[in-house]
Design a protein around this ligand. Structure first.
Ligand SMILES: Cc1cc2nc3c(=O)[nH]c(=O)nc-3n(C[C@H](O)[C@H](O)[C@H](O)COP(=O)(O)OP(=O)(O)OC[C@H]3O[C@@H](n4cnc5c(N)ncnc54)[C@H](O)[C@@H]3O)c2cc1C
Length: 357
């Protein structure tokens, strides 16, 4: 008889659902995963960059000193467990847009808060000659990228071995919520946790949370630019594992949930690419996805204010690779009753949105 009783049902196997299931399984819990098995999702098409210092003013990413050592440990542990390579440490070369950015950088350089992330460039250091550098560049240390597709594919194989995965779109009309359990078709669990990314918009329990979804498009291209580092200049270029192949991204478009790649996206990315590199390139593919971004830029985690056995783990925004491991472990400890949920990420900060009058 196939197993029908679980501790948790997790809906969605993107970065969020995968990492949460990983920590729950490690804690000895039983899990049923339901995932729509879509070929293109935000997690699958993301460049997966972790960049500790971002923005025009070159400031540290939120709590990066805490999250970065943690993800280094988790992804390496996952690589060992899954016997696959997907987390790549890389220097990030930030091509400066103007003198103002250089001024910000001069300030950061002497600030001890930034010493782990600022590389002091040797005199006469030069960037790859195939990259245009009109105002100089700087090196950012401590970053890299997660090859999200390889991670998710190998993690799925691991899950198939450890637990039950159902490839279908979750049908809310089949969900029954009792006081101590939830029932879904032939299955029961103590709790159900929704990790649906932007599809939370269709979730009757959480659709009113103040998301601010952002569509993004990427290009995969080939070129002989011979680049081993990540280059960032408004957009980013990431060297792929295949020789002479790179990923470039990304665009930002708000207020659309239309998931297909567009001509506008392609044209924005190709003209940015032409300004960054000075060699020919050939486009291999174009992808699009919707980021589960949030108005206050903090994840959406926690329990429904009325139905305590319904939870959400979402809102990783533009930084799922950096945030999801830390908060997956944290939420696991919350579910195990070991710690209180951090207020800053708790959805109850928006209780009035979840339960409108
Ligand atoms: C173009 C682009 C570039 C990005 N670049 C980066 C980057 O460089 N670095 C970084 O850290 N982040 C980046 N991101 C953001 C990152 O992708 C997200 O933070 C992260 O992937 C969110 O993961 P998720 O699991 O919450 O959502 P998703 O990836 O959307 O996963 C949700 C999963 O749930 C499934 N699902 C949804 N609803 C249902 C349902 N009803 N029934 C069954 N299954 C369901 C979906 O099929 C999917 O598998 C980028 C995003 C985009 C779009």
């Amino acid at each position: 008889m196939p197993k029908t009783e679980f501790d948790y049902i997790i809906v969605g196997q993107g970065l969020a659902g995968s990492l949460l299931s990983y920590f729950l399984l490690k804690a000895g819990k039983t899990i049923l995963i339901i995932d729509g098995a879509k070929e293109k999702t935000a997690s699958k098409i993301a460049a997966g960059i972790v960049n500790p210092v971002t923005g025009r003013r070159l400031v540290k990413s939120w709590r990066v000193d805490e999250f970065l050592p943690f993800i280094n440990q988790v992804y390496v542990e996952l690589e060992k467990t899954l016997q696959a390579k997907f987390f790549h440490h890389k220097t990030i070369l930030r091509v400066l847009a103007n003198e103002e950015e250089m001024d910000f950088w001069q300030k950061r350089k002497n600030d001890f808060e930034y010493e782990n992330y600022v590389a002091i460039l040797p005199k006469n250091n030069s960037i790859n000659p195939n990259i245009n550098v009109p105002h100089g560049f700087i090196e950012i240390k401590g970053g890299g990228y997660l090859d999200t597709k390889t991670f998710l594919d190998s993690y799925k194989i691991y899950l198939e071995d450890k637990t039950t995965i159902i490839a279908e779109t979750f049908d809310f009309s089949q969900l029954i919520i009792n006081e101590n359990r939830v029932l879904y078709k032939d299955f029961t669990a103590k709790k159900i946790i929704f990790c649906e990314g932007y599809k939370a918009i269709e979730n009757p329990y959480f659709k009113n949370l103040p998301f601010n979804f952002a569509k993004g498009e990427t290009l995969q291209f080939s070129s002989k630019i011979n680049l081993d580092d990540i280059v960032v200049k408004g957009k980013y270029l990431v060297p792929m594992q295949a020789p002479n192949e790179y990923k470039m991204g990304a665009t930002y478009v708000w207020e659309t949930l239309e998931e297909s790649p567009t001509e506008e996206g392609k044209s924005e990315l190709t003209s940015a690419l032409k300004s960054i590199i000075n060699l020919d390139f050939k486009i291999i593919s174009q992808d699009a996805g919707i980021r589960p971004t949030v108005k206050d830029r903090r994840p959406f985690i926690g329990f429904h204010p009325i139905h305590k056995n319904i939870a959400i783990f979402n809102g990783m925004g533009t930084k799922g690779v950096l945030l999801a491991p830390y908060f997956a472990k944290h939420f696991t400890e919350v579910l195990l009753g070991k710690v209180e949920l951090e207020k800053e990420v708790d959805i109850l900060r928006y209780q009035d949105f979840i339960l409108p009058n």
